[in-house]
Each structure stands twice: as C-alpha cells, then as structure tokens.
Design a protein around this ligand. Structure first.
Ligand code: C2E
Ligand code: CA
Ligand code: CA
Length: 432
C-alpha cells in the first residue's frame, strides 16, 4: 500500500468553521441535535482504479448530494478530502438518526457506482447526540470522530459514541503501530498557520499544527490522535517529532525570514517532565536555530494540573531563551495573583471568544480583558480564530499584537507556507 498522502483535486486545506457556530447556537438554545462525522473509505482504491481527478469528482458529487438532502436547519461541511461533518437538528432518538445515516451510506454507494466499474464507496459514520452528551461544539465533533474510528475498528459502518469508545479504540485499533508507522512514513506531518503583526500586517511566524493522514481513512483530527497518543504513552515521541521538524524548518527559513517564530503545542503531561527541555536544546543546536525563534504553547488548564512541576519546566525553557505562550487563555480560572508569577511571554486568547466577540457581549469583554491583562503583565497577546476583516480591525483597535485565523490563512503544508510568506513579502520564488 502506498503511504504517500493524496492531494485530491477540489479540496485544499482543512478546517472547521460555520458548522461550529451552528452547533454552538444549538447548544445555547438547548436544542436536540446529532453531530455526524463521515469518513469515506477506500479512496486509495478508487484513485487507483479511476485516477485522482475522477476520484476527486466522485467525492465532490458525494458532498453536493449530502447538501441536497439536508433540511433547512441542517449543516453539511467538508472537513478534509474524504471527511465530512453533518449536523442534524431536531432529531431526538437514535432510531431517526440511524435512518439518516443509512441514507448517507446509500448516497455514497450511488456516487461511486455511477463511475466506471468501481465498487460502491463505503463510509464510516460516527455519531454523537446532544443533549445525551452535554459538551461544547469542539468536544462534540471530537467525540463523533472517536465514534467513527471506533465503528471502523468494530466493523460497524454506523456507530454512536459511548463513553468507553475512546478507551477501547486506543487499545483495539492498533494505534501504537499505526502511529509508529506514520512517524516513519511521513503520514504524520506539521502544517503551519501564519501569524501576523496587527500593527504592520507582516507575517511574523506561524503555529505548527500536526496532521495525520492515515492511509486507510484519511485525515484524523489532532484533537483525537493527540489524546489517543497520550493514552498509549507515545505523546513524548510526537512532541519530539514536532519540535525537531519545527526547528529543521526554522533553520531553513531563518535566512529569508529573520525574526520568524514558530510555536509548537505541547500537552499537560509533557510540560511536567524536564525531558522537553533537552529536546528543545538539542533540536535548536542541531538545526542552528536561535532559541528565541521557538515558542512553546501550553494551555492555561495544563498549568493548573501540577503547578510546581510545570512552572519549573517552563522556567527552564525560558532560561534557555525559548518563548512560552499560554494557549486557550480565558478558558481556565487564572487569578491575577497567579498570572503575576506565570513564567510566560505571551497570552493566546481562545478562538471561541475571538470568533464570538462581534456578536456576543461576554465574548467581547473576555477578549478586551485578556488584552488588558496581557498588557499589564508585559506579555504579548495573540488572538486566534480571526475569521473576517471586521474582527481583525476590531483587534487592531484593541491594540492586540498578533492575529491568526482562517481570514489570514488556514494551516498550510511547509512548502505552501513558505511560498505564502514569499508572496506576502513580495519575494521571488527560490531558484532551485
Ligand atoms: P489549538 O492549539 O487551539 O490550535 C488552533 C486550532 O484552531 C487549529 O485546529 C487551527 O486549525 C484552528 N483555527 C485556526 N484559525 C481558525 C479560525 O479562524 N477558525 C476556526 N474555526 N479554527 C481556527 P487544529 O489544527 O485542528 O488543532 C486542534 C488542536 O489539536 C490544537 O488546538 C491543539 O490543541 C492540538 N494540536 C495540534 N497540533 C498539535 C501538536 O503538534 N501537539 C500537540 N500537543 N497538540 C496539537
Ligand atoms: Ca495552540
Ligand atoms: Ca488555542
């Protein structure tokens, strides 16, 4: 089986946008709804038999058919080349949701069958129901994806989320082996989402976001595989990979883009162990990267788990000269007293507040206060989840330092990110 990832026509990049808002609104109104993640299976085989162009057309046809059967309040969104999100409103019981899922299966089968001699397309549909699971929008999407992978493992094409799904999945799915192979084959990769200065509009660096294109089922969300990697004990390996890759690319980019910073995400468990300090030091030295070009992003909640251990590690990271950014700021419960001693250089306002700040009064207040807090503690402040020009303008008015979001650019593969930066700076393409 080929392990190179396939870039199908009609689909570039991935990300979640409007459906997330719709789910958030439904949660707020306490509606009944179901979130489905649909993985289309066997895309390699399809590409091998009818070619990438035709296979891309089949998947696009599937997407359009899904949109056509959706009712007025339902939402259909494409999350990846072969991964789709469907939100069905007003469905209270699993029986009705199953019927809708079966309809989706029939559509998939029909789409491929119309093309020359191919086997029917199969799907793995993962479902989570609200309020059966009372979670926020991103957690509901994650649980639906866990259900879909769980169904795949159990050989069930339609699978509802059960609380034990995630635990069973990590053990039964051979995740350890799959992840190990992914690290070796290049199916695991970093994408880069540009960050710009709100003052000049120039790109100042990027956040590195991990992507896993599993050969059999396509893209799996980092939210899902990072947590699974935590449970199999492979998270240190993944973090090591991310820091090495980020430094390798920084080393390559630093001549053309001096001053660039790349931010790498680390999980709570990683930040309680001094090993990460050695990883950072060795990667910076191998690739000749100045320590200040690397930022370590750690969530506000991660710091609450074991304060002393995480503070000690962050302090060592900063002593070395690398930067520390507090991610998802606003979702935790940091007090002023606590913030004062925080070993950090930057606050990163959680994207849900930024995305809601123009329509929701409390989101706006949280964004304003977060910027104020950052300024009063001498920290720089990043707003992520900037999805439109109005939000960027508003952040400029609030004197936010840095912006990141789909309005500026989605996360891109390293080469595309470099090309994006060159183009933005009015530079020529490199000679090779
Ligand atoms: P995060 O650290 O909060 O990363 C930002 C997420 O917001 C990314 O999702 C990014 O694609 C998304 N995003 C950026 N701009 C916008 C926007 O304008 N609108 C919307 N709706 N979303 C936006 P992604 O790449 O799916 O990553 C999800 C989470 O997975 C990350 O959340 C982070 O917690 C985790 N993650 C990703 N890569 C890594 C990694 O290398 N290591 C670790 N430990 N965690 C990672
Ligand atoms: Ca982050
Ligand atoms: Ca974040």
């Amino acid at each position: 089986m080929s392990t190179t990832s396939i870039q199908l026509p009609f689909f570039q990049g991935a990300g979640i946008s409007k459906a997330g808002h719709k789910i958030a609104l439904a949660i707020r109104d306490d509606d009944d709804f179901a979130v489905m993640i649909v993985h289309v299976l066997g895309v390699e085989r399809l590409c091998a038999s009818i070619g990438h162009q035709e296979a891309g057309a089949v998947l696009q046809e599937f997407f359009l058919e899904l949109c056509a059967i959706a009712r007025k309040n339902d939402t259909v969104e494409r999350l990846g080349d072969r991964k789709f999100l469907v939100v069905l409103q007003g469905l209270r019981n699993r029986g009705h949701v199953s019927l809708a899922a079966q309809k989706i299966e029939r559509i998939a089968a029909k789409c491929a069958a119309t093309k020359l001699q191919t086997k029917p397309l199969k799907t793995s549909i993962g479902i989570v129901m609200f309020p059966e699971q009372r979670e926020d929008e991103s957690e509901l999407m994650r649980l639906a994806e866990v259900a879909s992978l769980d169904g795949l493992q159990k050989n069930e094409s339609i699978s509802f989320y059960e609380p034990q799904s995630a635990e069973r999945l990590a053990i039964d799915w051979g995740l350890e082996d799959r992840l190990r192979r992914a690290l070796e084959s290049g199916d695991l990769d970093l994408h880069f989402q540009p960050q710009i200065s709100c003052v000049t509009g120039d790109i100042i660096g990027a956040e590195a976001l991990m992507r896993w294109n599993e050969p059999e089922i396509g893209a799996i969300s980092p939210d899902v595989f990072i947590e699974l990697a935590e449970s199999t004990g492979q998270i240190a390996e993944l973090t090591h990979f991310a820091i090495q890759q980020a430094c390798r690319l920084l080393g390559k980019w630093q001549d053309s883009f001096p001053g660039f910073c790349v931010a790498v995400n680390v999980t709570p468990s990683t930040i309680q162990n001094m090993d990460i300090v050695d990883t950072i030091k060795s990667a910076s030295s191998i690739w000749g990267v100045r320590p200040g070009a690397l930022t370590i992003e750690v969530t506000e909640n991660a710091l609450m788990t074991d304060r002393d251990a995480s503070h000690a590690v962050l302090t060592r990271i900063r002593e070395f000269g690398a930067r520390v950014s507090i991610d998802d700021f606003g979702t935790g419960y940091s007090s002023f007293a606590y913030l004062k001693q925080l070993p950090a250089d930057e606050l990163k306002i959680d994207r849900t507040f930024v995305m809601g700040m123009l329509t929701d009064e409390s989101d706006r207040k949280i964004v304003e206060h977060s910027i104020g807090i950052a300024k009063s503690f001498g920290l720089s402040v990043v707003a992520e989840g900037v999805e439109d020009a109005e939000s960027l303008d508003y952040l400029r008015k609030l004197k936010c330092d840095i912006a990141q979001g789909f309005f500026i650019c989605k996360p891109l593969p390293a080469d595309d990110f470099e090309a994006f930066c060159r183009k933005s700076a009015g530079m020529a393409e490199p000679a090779d």
